[in-house]
Design a protein around this ligand. Structure first.
Ligand code: PLP
Length: 368
């Protein structure tokens, strides 16, 4: 079976982890600081703050802006639940805006109508490895006095023009094992705002600058030096791995038939955390791929506003038509950098044969 993800750990990672273990510095230490410096330089942001996960990076980003009870944060329902959960953790309320057909990310044309006098921030999600339309979003946020928190959990190395994800407002990245780079578990927050970075560092470690002197109620959202040492080994490999993902995606773009392939906005660099199709008769499609030895996955089978905890909070009746339609159609196929050319060919053959058997997406989309 060609799996949907295949995390890669090399000798370099093993060596660095052993060094960290031998150093005796296991919690947040010099390797975390080095990883922060290297990640900030990679992204092109003034500051980077390592965290225990992408979720805690998002949570800290909102706390760093002082967002809490009574506030609203505009985000999308077409994402992993952590985006919206991070808003709930602060006591604020996520307000869901639909995605654009073009890029699976927040539709900037719908944002202004969702702004109220409680809105404090916009949290676009750079889904599947394509940056949301950060320029249009930042223009609205600046004009309306709102913070921008980019959920860049899936967008390491993505960008628009010569600017990378994580350089508009705050960026929050995840290093979960299936991401384009990993630390096992881990996250990173990036910003050009030095004061914000300081606040976030304080909150990450129990409000403590001087040992056992606590200025505010904080958290333990630290990354370990063991995780950072994996990150230090993974980061230099990221550009080549992203290029391999992009090369595989380029083949799919040209060779796949009878399915909707993802679009890339002009000027955007997509790093294909996922290569996500829209298909006709998705369950049968996924089963047929499995029969031909090709794994696939649905990101995500239920939009956030219809997940149980959100229904309990009164969500669920919003009109989010693109999200609803795409939720029933999306299917991601393997695009990870360790795929061989033969495996890519096998995926192409399986997808094309299945689409031919079940009927092409074009006809189905017109009917739906
Ligand atoms: C879009 C998105 N946001 C947030 C997260 C949360 O990251 P983590 O799993 O590292 O907490 C993830 C990843 O799992 C994600 O894909």
């Amino acid at each position: 079976m060609i799996p949907i993800a295949r995390p890669q750990m090399g000798e370099e990672e093993k060596q660095r982890v052993l060094e960290a273990m031998a150093s005796g510095s296991l919690a947040q230490g010099p390797r975390v600081r080095e990883f922060e410096e290297q990640f900030a330089a990679f992204v092109g942001a003034g500051h980077a703050v390592a965290t225990s996960s992408g979720t805690t990076a998002l949570h800290l980003a909102l706390l760093g802006h002082g967002i809490g009870a009574g506030d609203e944060v505009i985000t999308v329902p077409f994402t992993f639940i952590a985006s919206a959960n991070s808003v709930l953790y602060t006591g604020a309320r996520p307000v869901f805006v639909d995605i654009a057909e073009e890029d699976f990310c927040i539709d900037p044309a719908l944002i202004e109508a969702a702004i109220t006098d409680r809105t404090r921030a916009i949290m676009p999600v750079s889904l599947y490895g394509q940056p949301a339309d950060m320029e249009a979003i930042t223009e609205i946020a600046d004009r309306r006095g709102l913070a921008v928190v980019e959920d860049a959990a899936q967008a390491h190395g993505a960008g628009i023009g010569d600017r990378r994800s994580g350089t508009w407002g705050i960026g929050a990245f995840s290093f979960y094992p299936t991401k384009n780079m990993t630390t096992g578990e881990g996250g990173m927050l990036t910003t050009d705002d030095g004061e914000l970075a300081e606040r976030v560092r304080l909150l990450r470690e129990h409000g403590m600058k001087v040992r056992y002197h606590h200025d505010v109620v904080g958290y333990n959202f630290r990354m370990t030096d063991i995780a950072a040492s994996i990150g230090l080994a993974q980061l230099p490999k990221l550009p080549a791995k992203n290029e391999r993902r992009r090369a595989i995606a380029a083949r799919y773009d040209v060779e796949l038939r009878g399915v909707f392939t993802p679009q890339v906005r002009t000027g955007a660099t997509h790093v294909y955390h996922q290569y996500t199709l829209r298909v006709h008769e998705r369950d049968a499609f996924a089963e047929a791929l499995r029969d031909r030895g090709v794994g696939s996955a649905i990101y995500y089978p239920i939009p956030v506003h219809r997940q149980k905890p959100f229904l309990a909070l009164g969500y669920g009746s919003e009109s989010l038509p693109v999200t609803e339609r795409f939720t029933a159609q999306v299917l991601s196929i393997p695009v990870h950098p360790s795929l061989s050319d033969d495996e890519v060919s096998a995926v192409v053959e399986a997808v094309n044969a299945t689409a031919a058997k079940l009927g092409p997406m074009e006809a189905a989309a017109v009917a739906s």
